[in-house]
Design a binder for this molecule. Structure first.
Ligand code: FEO
Length: 398
């Protein structure tokens, strides 16, 4: 059922409590999610985005209970990714001539996915607008690479609502819809996880886009993203948070991350944790085993950290594969201005630290020279090396 956002603007999406994974299995969902679609009923009736295709029938049925589908004057597709466009083909079966307003890149994406070049696409660019009656307009703002080349936001004058699509969203189910009704701790945790794992690579673009949006000087009463809570209580708070997150974000935190074969590297990891805490009592120190912790959650902790300490034993003249896969993901996220130290045990050849160092450097981290390379099982001398490396890392961070 539709639910009111403000005046004649309604939410008509899907609260997806059961969702556990997103982007295939690449993004873990801890507290559900939502695909937010919006219905505007001014003199013109407008649908903004749809939902993922598993919910296409439910979505179209819900819409039909609210309005006669033929009454929809046009659809705005802010983004072609399937979680927002998946229900379009099923909907368009009933209203095949309805105009779809979207960016040129979005046409490519929608045609590429659904193979309907005959749909009535109307391409728009930043600054284009369309009258929806009752003195209100929709203004389009391209959001290129936030997070796809086709992404766009739509601003509604009069009610001052920014339909921001993925930007400012969270994978978080909030049955009550609005940010002031959500559990605050979880809301911010999920908003940061979403930024760290999805938007981080595009931080320089986020910075420019925020400046561009701010320069437009538009009053914003509501930010209505396509996932999670809708920001109606002080919506600018999420814009301000993005302002911080896109600017080489870090807190006073160091995160120790490792994997282990026979617990030698694990012992070094725990010793690092102990030493770092002793050396810098006010710094938040956290420790994670890569194989036993959700990779997106570790990434959020890395996003918050000013430095990481990463360990893997040498195996097959390389590192353990869970660490290698994780480092590949780390490189994708393009974190900036963070430091690192490496450590690991070996039995025979000992290439692990070199591999860690190279992959971290490729991922944009500054790796300090002081490392811990332990032959077989750690003993006192190795723990002294940990102390030395931890001391140097703390010094580097001063
Ligand atoms: Fe980029 Fe929510 O899709």
């Amino acid at each position: 059922m539709k639910r009111q956002l403000k005046n004649n603007v309604y939410w008509i999406g899907k609260i997806d409590w059961e969702l556990k994974k997103f982007h295939g299995d690449d993004y873990s969902i801890g507290h559900g999610s939502s695909q937010n679609s919006y219905l505007i009923e001014e003199e013109k009736t407008v649908l903004i985005d749809t939902v993922w295709n598993p919910y296409e029938k439910e979505f179209r049925n819900n819409l039909e209970k609210e309005i006669e589908l033929k009454k929809i004057d046009f659809i705005v597709a802010n983004h072609g990714e399937i979680d927002h466009s998946g229900a379009l083909p099923y909907l368009m079966e009933k209203i095949p001539d309805t105009p779809i307003y979207c960016t040129e890149n979005c046409v490519k994406s929608l045609v590429g996915q659904f193979h309907h070049p005959e749909w009535n696409f109307k391409t728009v660019k930043t600054g284009d607008s369309i009258d929806i009656g009752n003195g209100k307009k929709l203004i389009f703002v391209e959001m290129k690479m936030l997070h796809w080349p086709d992404s766009m936001a739509t601003y509604m004058t009069g009610d001052n609502i920014l339909f921001s699509n993925d930007a400012f969203g969270q994978h978080f189910a909030v049955e009550e819809l609005f940010n002031d009704k959500a559990e605050q701790c979880l809301l911010w945790e999920e908003a940061m996880k979403y930024y760290a794992n999805i938007l981080s690579p595009f931080s320089p673009l986020v910075k420019n886009k925020l400046k561009e949006i701010t320069a437009l000087n538009l009053p914003i009463d509501i930010i209505a993203p396509s996932h999670g809570a809708i920001w109606r209580d002080n919506p600018i708070q999420i814009v301000e948070a993005y302002g911080k997150w896109c600017d080489n974000y870090k807190e006073d935190q160091i995160t120790v991350i490792y994997d282990t074969m026979w617990d030698g590297t694990k012992k070094l990891a725990h010793k690092y944790t102990e030493e770092l805490k002793a050396l810098s009592p006010d710094t938040t120190i956290k420790l994670y085993n890569i194989s036993q912790t959700d990779k997106n959650d570790i990434m959020t902790q890395v996003f918050k950290s000013k430095a990481i300490v990463l360990g893997s034993p040498t195996v097959g003249m390389d590192i353990l594969s869970p660490v290698g896969g994780w480092l590949h993901f780390l490189k994708e996220l393009k974190f900036k201005n963070k430091k690192a130290a490496v450590f690991g045990c070996y039995g025979w050849s000992g290439e692990g630290n070199g591999v860690l160092r190279k992959m971290l450097t490729d991922a944009g981290f500054t790796v300090i020279p002081e490392e811990v390379k332990c032959n077989w099982n750690p003993e006192e001398n190795d723990f002294e090396q940990v102390k030395h490396s931890a001391k140097k890392l703390i010094k580097e961070l001063e």
